[in-house]
Design a protein around this ligand. Structure first.
Ligand code: SAH
Length: 397
């Protein structure tokens, strides 16, 4: 047992906590009294000695403390965490009809559980434990998750790079209950999809784009669609279901693309309505311009280009370039549905980047809709970092 510890903030560094922002950066810490271990609960006090809350200590991270509660007297124990888990689970709607579950159940800070992500696919839970706090309480959290959901099994995908910043080892594999099958079937907006919880990205599927995929389905009828950065085909399958004439999935990962192909068959679409192209998007879009290829709807859902502040300028150039290349492939009257999942890129700047790309492409663009992460990825209003995904639906002249 370590002694209960206190984190004393520097003068003036209590402002964000008073506004219920749940992070204490290392630069805000004046001193630590006691000897907390990673993940231990610590009380955070302002320079004037006023306690501000209780959080989990992360000695190796720039985010030195993540707040569990703004009540400094809150006891952090298995019962408190079980309550947080139950509330998060209760907030999620059920699937449509008999569809298997495909929902994010725990969205980290935004659900009062900093550093913990949990997605539910069918009867299986997939968790990412991304900070020292939830790592310390891992087994209690697993008990609470299985009890709150009645799920058969829990699989861990704590193999994200942020674990390294936290000084935690990367780990992935079976965690609790029944072993999760390699592929779990879900249904989204009427489309059957297989989720590769072991080898897939993140927890296996990008649930955050569910609502945006429904938007694309509604826009796709009769169009030639380019699904750029396709992963396992989500947007393209939505477009096919929405009546697209043809879909081209463009993706660099062969494994993801193989699943996109399989999804076309699983959903019974005519084989001639889609193609899978394994290539680097930046190069292939340029090649297609030279060949004079055109599309009526382009979806651009690239990976996160901006991992940290120092990557901001380079990331912005990446967004500008990919949007420019895509615009050059749009047929007259074509639609561009473009996303950024970089939390550090603000919505206004992203919009400006797309506007600049349009100018360079010599195309007038109308903004017809703004898109964001699905409603099972809520954003705590005091934590704007929770809103990372932004999308623009634009119509070209
Ligand atoms: N739209 C997808 C999610 C896309 S995630 C969905 O709805 O499920 C981003 C994808 O871009 C990943 O699958 C990644 O493998 C792919 N990717 C990353 N860099 C790429 C590149 N240079 N060219 C093509 N694909 C790339």
């Amino acid at each position: 047992m370590s002694t209960p510890a206190t984190i004393h903030l520097k003068p003036g560094r209590d402002k964000s906590l008073r506004r219920w922002h749940p992070w204490v950066f290392s630069g805000a810490v004046a001193r630590v009294t006691g000897t907390p271990n990673a993940g231990d609960s610590v009380t955070v006090v302002g320079a004037n000695g006023v306690p501000l809350g209780v959080g989990a200590y992360s000695p190796h991270s720039q985010i030195r403390v993540r707040l569990w509660s703004f009540d400094p007297h809150q006891e952090i124990d298995a019962a408190f965490l079980a309550g947080q888990v139950e509330r998060a689970v209760a907030r999620r709607g059920a699937p449509v009809g008999d569809d298997p579950w495909a929902r994010r159940l725990v969205h980290a800070e935004n659900d009062g559980l900093p550093g913990l992500i949990v997605d539910r696919y069918g009867d299986h839970l997939v968790a990412q434990v991304l900070a020292a706090g939830p790592e310390r309480w891992k087994e209690d959290l697993a008990d609470a998750l299985l009890a709150a959901t009645g799920c058969a099994g829990l699989h861990e995908r704590s193999d994200a790079d942020v674990r390294i910043k936290e000084g935690l080892p990367v780990r992935a594999g079976h965690w609790r209950g029944r072993e999760t099958p390699d592929l779990v079937e879900i249904r989204e907006n009427g489309v059957r999809l297989l989720v590769d919880v072991r080898q897939g990205h993140k927890t296996g599927f990008y649930l955050d784009q569910r609502e945006a995929r429904a938007t694309v389905a509604a826009l796709a009828a009769g169009r030639r669609v380019l699904n750029c950065f396709a992963y396992t085909g989500g947007f393209g399958l939505a477009a096919l279901r929405g009546g697209a004439e043809h879909v081209t999935h463009l993706e660099a990962s062969a494994g993801a693309l193989a699943l996109a192909d399989r999804h076309g068959e699983l959903n019974g679409f005519d084989r001639g309505r889609w193609e899978c192209v394994e290539a680097d998007a930046f190069a292939r879009l340029r090649q297609w311009q030279q060949e004079g290829r055109r599309f009526d709807l382009v979806v651009l859902d690239p990976p996160k280009f901006i991992e940290s502040r120092q990557h901001l300028p380079r990331g912005c150039r990446g967004y500008k370039d990919i949007n420019l290349q895509a615009l050059k492939l749009l047929a007259p009257g074509g639609l561009l549905v473009t996303f950024s999942c970089s939390g550090l890129l603000e919505a206004d700047l992203f919009q400006k980047i797309v506007a600049d790309a349009a100018l360079d492409a010599g195309r007038q663009l109308q903004l017809v809709d703004r898109l964001g992460q699905a409603d099972d990825h809520p954003v705590l209003m005091s934590f704007p970092e929770g809103a990372y995904l932004k999308g623009l639906v634009c119509r070209a002249d």
